[in-house]
Design a protein around this ligand. Sequence first.
Ligand SMILES: [Zn+2]
Length: 215
Amino acid sequence: MFINIHTHRQIYDAKIELVNHNPESTEKSNFYSYGLHPWHLQKEDVLWQLDNLRRVSGEKKCLAIGECGLDKVCPVDFELQTEVFEEQIRLANAIQKPLIIHCVKAFNELINCLNMNDNNVPVIIHGFNNNENIAKTLSDQGYSFSFGKALLSYDSNASKVIRKTGRKRLFLETDDSDVSIKYVYKKASELLGIDEEILKEQIKANFENLFQVRV
Ligand SMILES: [Zn+2]
C-alpha cells in the first residue's frame, strides 16, 4: 500500500493520504493533519486560529499537528512564528499527537523550541532536502524524515541523504506538487537499492508505529 504522509489535497492516489487540512474547505479527508503554517500567520488572527486548532485537533481523524514550524526566509516576524510554534508544541504534547514540521534555515531554533518545551511526541520533518550535517543533527534528536519530489532531482540533498537517515525514520510525501506518490516510492526504492514492496512494508510499519494506528 502507498502512504502519502503529507499532501495539500486528497487525490486518491494512495491508500492513505494525510491531508493538510485547510479551514476554508469544509470537506475533511479520511486522515488529516492541521496546524498553523508560519507563512500565513497574522498577529490579529492567531488567537482564534489557535482556538480552532485546539478544537479540530482533538478529532479522531486528525492524526497530527502541522504543518507548523519556523521559516527564516519568509517575511513573517520570527518572534511571532516562534510563539505560535511553541503553542503548537504544547498542544501536540497535551493531546499526544505527532508534529509535522516545516522548517527553513532555522533548524537550531527548531530543536531549541522543541527541547525547551519538553517535547516528547514524534517529530516528522516534512519535505526534507537539506545536507547530511543537518540530517545527522535532526536524526540525533530522534526525528523522522519525509521526502518528496526533491528525490526526483538528480544530485538533490534529499536523494543523497535518504540512504543515511535510516529506514525506520522514513516517510514519503507529495506536498503541494503534482507528482504521483507512486513515482516518489519508485524513486526512493531505487535510491535505497531495495525492492519497492519492502519499502512499502517498511513505511507502513513506520506509519503504524508513529501514529499508533493499524492500517
Ligand atoms: Zn506542505
